[in-house]
Design a protein around this ligand. Sequence first.
Ligand code: PMP
Ligand code: GLU
Length: 397
Amino acid sequence: MKSLSKKVANAEASLTLALTAIAKKMKADGIDVVSLTAGEPDFPTPAHIKRAAVQAIEENFTKYTVNAGIIELRSAIADKLRRDNNISVDPSHILVSNGAKHSIFNALQAICNKGDEVIIPAPYWVSYPEAVKLVDAVPVILKTTERTDFKISASQLQRAITKKTKALILCSPSNPTGSVYTQSELEAIGEVVRKTGIYVIADEIYEKVIYDGARHFSLASIPTIKDLVITINGVSKAYSMTGWRIGYMAAAKPIVDAADKVQSQVTSAPCSISQRAAAAAIAGPEDEVHAMTAEFKKRRDYMLGELRAMEGVTCPTPQGAFYLFPNVSGLYGTSFNGKKIKSGDDVTQYLLEECNVVTVPGSGFGAKNNIRLSYACSMEELQKAADRMKKGFQQLK
Ligand code: PMP
Ligand code: GLU
């Protein structure tokens, strides 16, 4: 057998998806497992959205659509960007893809050349560095700490920019930390972007999952950098539509055209039925979005209280998304079955093997002292997880 692609060998498979698969397999094998892995809302997709999909099928809206996405959906997205984000774009500046993950990959394909540097603040979502590597570019990781709420500053960004820097990937509200950048923090970052001319891939997929009066601000609403910002969003999180696979980018026309070209040769347009459903979601009422977010907040508060009561665990309060990202370094030096706990990976392993609780190690997000817990699951599941974790940690010697 001839050798396979070195580039692919050099990239990791998605850790979040891998652990979700492990939890699913354990469940299928009859193990009473609690999965706090994937960031996937447990609510059903709202009824009016499902009805739009059923109607699309009944109307035989089941053929290829225009590659960039149906105009009805792109117009709904343009209206939404104007209404929610203060971004004014024509539908021709929007490309609809098979999930926001696909949109990010399309964006990187559109802008990167071999050897270009792409700055990624850590902790980062697992897929960013790997997507950068898959387009032959180089991820440059910018470390942050809990002291700055896991956020980069404008001066930190400025110092990291070299002649080779092509873009910054910024996620707010953040997966995995839940941090939300304020308007003034983003304006300062925007000023560095303006001065240096780098692109920003602004991942806003969690914009509607936000708490405690925090406000989402879109970088692309700053007029001086509008053409440098590629706004990424989708319907997976806000409308509980992970399986429908609809995401989108909004960007300057040359970027959208390049990404459109790539998509036309790789996947064509996303599913016609899902596009109709997404249009109903984005143009429709948001009551259920607010209800889901209110429920997430209850779960966050409950789990935060439980985690903070566990010895060896500290956890900041996330302002958005549906993840907790506790620091577990207080457990280092303890052991189980003669094995010493030395990292977040070890804690995740212990929880998986001894407590039947599946979490994601922080190392996959560039933070080895942390573990990630998704609270996009029922309160009962969270209670079960908290009990098991509490008991499990008490048993560590
Ligand atoms: N960005 C972030 C930060 C995410 O957590 C996810 C999770 N799925 C995505 C993008 C992609 O979402 P999707 O492909 O389902 O739209
Ligand atoms: N984004 C979610 C997560 O981080 C879903 C899985 C994935 O696509 O990575 O868990």
